[in-house]
Write a protein that binds this ligand. Structure first.
Ligand code: SF4
Length: 234
């Protein structure tokens, strides 16, 4: 089964309105310059694996007060045996939220078809322009964009609760990017703008930058709300 590298027994912020246990999976196929989960993405072998038995026992013993499990990373969908982990968690009786960068639409479809996932949060890193997207993911984006667009289409039609998210980063994102992202999604159930937070990052040029102020975030939000009225900043 997929290795689990991080484990938060209870969180109030990862799934709105729910107390969750959060599991962090290793590795990622992207290299977003502002990513702060550096070891999880670049050196996952340095992080000890947490035995499934420890997580299983916590989940069994926490059913009266933990509402769900959040699977995040890294990028969880790079792991072929992800459905096996979801099935084990479901068997204990939990609802599951998945965080993903949207690059594996086949995995999303499988998890949806097998009724293994209850909420999907999909990061849209930038407007669907290869040059802009490449800048946001730290890699040539052309090969990923087709899959990400397919993942967006799957969520728009599958009937599983979801949200799209964009982390807005100084020197990478402009108002026009949010405008074109929301034009691409069209009206949808949920769109969240997250401000970059100052931290050590994969690309040192993005480390400890000054985040956007509340006025700029307000401009991003108003732009998104022209197409998605209930878009929010989180
Ligand atoms: S922020 Fe980017 S590099 Fe970091 S885990 Fe998410 S998709 Fe991967």
């Amino acid at each position: 089964m997929v290795d689990i590298k991080g484990f938060v027994d209870s969180s109030f912020i990862e799934w709105e309105g729910k107390i969750t246990t959060v599991l962090y999976l290793p590795g990622c196929n992207l290299r977003c310059p502002w990513c702060y989960t550096i070891d999880l993405v670049e050196n996952p072998d340095k992080i000890p694996t947490i035995p499934w038995s420890k997580i299983r026992d916590h989940l069994i013993n926490s059913k009266t007060w933990v509402d769900g499990v959040v699977i995040t990373g890294g990028e969880p969908t790079i792991h072929k045996d992800l459905p096996e982990l979801f099935a084990k968690i479901k068997a204990i009786g939990y609802r599951i939220k998945l965080d993903t960068n949207g690059t594996n639409p086949s995995m999303l479809q499988q998890l949806i078809d097998e009724k293994l996932v209850d909420f999907i949060s999909l990061d849209i890193k930038n407007q669907p322009d290869p040059e802009k997207y490449s800048r946001a993911i730290g890699l040539e984006a052309t090969e990923f964009l087709k899959d990400i667009k397919r993942s967006i289409s799957i969520l728009l039609t599958a009937g599983v609760p979801y949200e799209f998210r964009t982390t807005v980063v100084p020197n990478i994102h402009e108002i026009k990017d949010v405008q074109n992202i929301t034009r691409h999604t069209g009206v949808c159930k949920g769109y969240v703008i997250q401000p970059y937070k100052s931290a050590e990052t994969i690309n040192p040029k993005c480390s400890n930058m000054k985040p956007f102020d509340k006025f700029k975030l307000g401009s991003f939000l108003r732009t998104a709300q022209r197409i998605i009225p209930h878009a929010r900043v989180r």
